[in-house]
Design a protein around this ligand. Sequence first.
Ligand code: FES
Length: 151
Amino acid sequence: MKYKERLRSVKDYIRLPLCYNHWYVAGTVEEFGQEPVAKTLLERSIVFYRTEAGDLVAMQNRCLHRSFPLSNALREGDNLVCRYHGIRYAPDGTVVRVPCQDQIPNRKLHVYPVKEVGPFAFIWMGNPDQPDWKKISGIAVPDRPRMPNGA
Ligand code: FES
């Protein structure tokens, strides 16, 4: 079946793999601070926060254990600590601590490449190992976004 025949709604359209391998504006750089915030992009819930060094992190907003939203996690240094059972995640998505357990599972949250360009934070929604850095480095953005009210 061809794509055209499968497309009946916007949701069908954004499920196409070709839509994921692009940079998208996730928000303005001021929107993201050290406290985790959730956004849904292309039907994926993503948690954003900044490390103590100010680097922007974007990762799946679901704990690997019981899917608790990590946008409600505690920030501990650069890590996020799930408030449900306390699994701790590093900014690269790796599990760094599981309470009451010596063995750390070799599991990882999906982490999205991000790049701040001018006033915008861009996110790569496709394969995290293959972001097209050339596309984002050539992008022209205004110094400050124009608001709908003209401000
Ligand atoms: S749901 Fe996150 S640690 Fe259990």
